[in-house]
Ligand binder design. Sequence first.
Ligand code: CU
Length: 325
Amino acid sequence: MKDFKNGALFRLRHWFICISLILTVPSISGAQVKEFTLTVTEGEIELKGVKFPVWTYNNEFPGPVIRVKEGDTVRIKLRNMSGAKHGMFFHGLRVDNRIALQEQVPVDPGYEYVYEFEAQPAGTHLYHCSWKMAEHLNRGMFGLFIVEAKEEKGFDREFAYVISDWNSRADSGGHGQGHPANIMDNDITTINNKAVTAHAPQVMDAKDGERVRVRIANIGYLPHKLRFPKGFLVTHEDGYPISEPKTQETLTIYPGKSHDISIAAVEGKWPLYHNVERPSAAEKGGAEASGHGHDGQKYDVKKIQEDTSLNEEIGLVLDVKGKVK
Ligand SMILES: [Cu+2]
């Protein structure tokens, strides 16, 4: 415990903090050393008019996207400037026991620690706090960790999203953030920093003829289902390529999972229906019972928004305007 802290405590090195990436050092092999600093402080975010106390990385919710190349040496300095203990978990990445949960010791308030490992495997991963996880994840301590393959090909545009769940009644009804009764009763979905609704989805802009890659991970507690009647290819699961990707109309993203999907963009405004599979979903009927979505027709977003039965069910929209020249 003592060594763990002393090794990293208040080093007299000057770090130039620009959001997250602070230093890139090339090596002979082509792999690079990529250094990031994540400073944890207390904060507050507002989702659908409800204020949630959070701990942020570099004052951002979710934490900044960390993007490196496969094989890079990654150094992440966690500076704990909050009043609580925190650690780091690299979800989906290969790290040794010292950095994995087995031997990890949380970082006390006022201390810092540097996590170092080689970026493997390529894919869409997550980082999140490793200390009192249910509570700390519910307080916004997560972000995307993208390891690009040595050669990235097959798409023209990329969007990366992390989904989470929030309970607007937590902290007011006797159950704090992270309590099982709270996390099974979530009523707000965030995709990145946005509490999504049919009126406020995340919008992906693209051009006709482009191939769009969507990296999407679920750090919440409930399964989230995407449905796109035109179909998409699911190319990766938890970072691993799928050997024979098939065209799918639906994809359920379970908690802790990530998928990469590939969409051929065609002119129009295309909702990707988004349905949260709550325990009560069967009673609600959900998107499947609505009668929409299985005939491959072009969707009129405005019309769908007027259909209140679908109101909470568009989290993502692909807005395709103009052609690729
Ligand atoms: Cu934490």
